[in-house]
Design a protein around this ligand. Structure first.
Ligand code: HEM
Length: 398
């Protein structure tokens, strides 16, 4: 593979114009770790593609820092403004303290009723689209599950939810090249200021909800500021909505394209739990996460200098043939729970239980009431070098 054949991973269009999985297959065997130059004055970065190297890098939170940012685009343009305040972009020891606080939002006591509502809502959404002819699974079903779940978790007033979803879509993914960076930035600010107001309100009018809990629990002897409360609520919305939505949409697309697998799941030849893991591996909604090296170190025998940006391509790790035999086959009975879809190590996704529960509710509702799933038009891919997925998926459920 010559230098000219490397794809430009800084360009969201790359992931729409090319089949990334073909690319990663070749790169894993020939350049498992390589340096990627960036356009213009932007810094270059390392690209890590093999499962074991990525897993080791995720574990090395001491020297591979999340604090400057964890998404390539942010790191290329500066530092994450939420650094040290929002869980995902904070290093130890503060990270561990914040994580302990956030994990309370995911205790069985809080999640039990939330998951029950997810199951009810998913069953009735699926029932409403069976035998209706062609419909857009993204708009009619997938859009309504994760966001409502997070809003339930945070007790967001019903009247505010549609606006939050609109901002969230603008903040992270875009259907086309027309949504520019400024729109995304404004949407992110809108979300943070919305939560700052809500945090203030809940401090004055405490309830039995997660925002009140985050706003009223001391961390290292002090309460979080309004901004810290807001940023951590925002991270739940961002982490909890898009990636779960992308896995549901990508999962239904894969089922439509693999009717034999759908029949096998319905017949009980694959368990729901294994099917959930295979869908998560297959879709891998968060294509990469990134770190910054704090010291000179080595990854896969390659010298990395302090200050270098290191990108970890989950999407490649989850197709690594040394871990997942025949990785390009969608096999619901596969034992694929080792996948790196939720990351690994100290920053492992705090919402993994909820993400899995949402997908399980979907597959179980479908298995209970849908005999055939057929594609009924061209799905539209989202435009991003971070998230992989589809913004629309025309299908028929019978
Ligand atoms: C962290 C993926 C669902 C909230 C992560 C990470 C990944 C990930 C890969 C690790 C990031 C890193 O190492 O830098 C996903 C996927 C999901 C999902 C694919 C759905 C299928 C959720 C949900 C929530 C959530 C439902 C919240 C309700 C978070 C948060 C972190 C995180 C707060 C930061 C954890 C930390 O830094 O300690 N997620 N996630 N995620 N996720 Fe998720």
């Amino acid at each position: 593979m010559g230098a000219g054949e490397f794809l430009d991973l800084t360009d969201p269009a790359t992931f729409v114009r090319h089949e990334p999985r073909d690319y990663w297959q070749e790169i894993r065997s020939q350049h498992p770790i390589y340096w990627h130059d960036s356009p213009g004055d932007l810094p270059g970065f390392w690209v890590v593609t093999r499962f074991s190297d990525i897993q080791t890098a995720y574990r090395n939170a001491k020297f591979l820092s999340s604090a400057r940012g964890t998404v390539l685009d942010v790191l290329l343009h500066g530092n994450d403004s939420a650094s040290g305040k929002m869980l995902a972009v904070t290093d130890r020891p503060r990270h561990q303290q914040l994580r302990n606080l956030m994990l309370r939002a995911f205790s069985p006591k809080v999640l039990g009723p939330v998951v029950e509502r997810v199951e009810q809502r998913t069953r009735s959404l699926v029932a409403s689209v069976v035998d209706v002819g062609t419909f857009d699974f993204a708009a009619e079903v997938a859009e309504h599950i994760p966001m409502t779940t997070i809003c339930d978790l945070l007790s967001i007033p019903d009247g505010d939810r549609a606006e939050l979803l609109k901002w969230n879509k603008l903040a992270l993914s875009a259907d086309s090249e027309e949504v520019d960076d400024l729109d995304s930035l404004i949407a992110r600010n809108d979300i943070v200021s919305y939560f700052m107001d809500l945090a203030k309100h809940r401090r004055e009018n405490p309830g039995d909800d997660v925002i009140t809990m985050i706003a009223s629990t001391q961390v290292d002897g002090e309460l979080l500021s309004d901004e810290e409360v807001a940023l951590n609520c925002y991270s739940l919305i961002l982490g909890g909505d898009e990636s779960s939505r992308m896995s549901a949409i990508g999962g239904v697309k894969a089922l439509a394209e693999n009717p034999g697998q759908w029949a096998a799941l319905r017949a009980g030849a694959a368990s729901l739990d294994d099917a959930v893991e295979e869908v998560l591996r297959w879709v891998t909604p968060a294509m990469h996460f990134a770190r910054t090296a704090l010291i000179d170190l080595e990854i896969a025998g390659q010298k990395i200098r302090a200050g270098d940006i290191v990108t970890l391509w989950n999407t490649s790790a989850n197709d690594d043939e040394t871990v997942f035999p025949d990785p390009r086959t969608f096999d619901l009975a596969r034992k694929s729970s080792k996948h790196l879809t939720f990351g690994h190590g100290p920053h492992f996704c705090v919402g993994a239980f909820l993400g899995r529960a949402e997908l399980r509710a979907l597959l179980s509702s479908l298995a209970g009431s849908v005999r055939s799933i057929e594609l009924a038009g061209n799905p539209s891919r989202i435009y991003s070098n971070f998230l992989f997925g589809y913004s629309s998926l025309p299908v028929n459920f019978r």
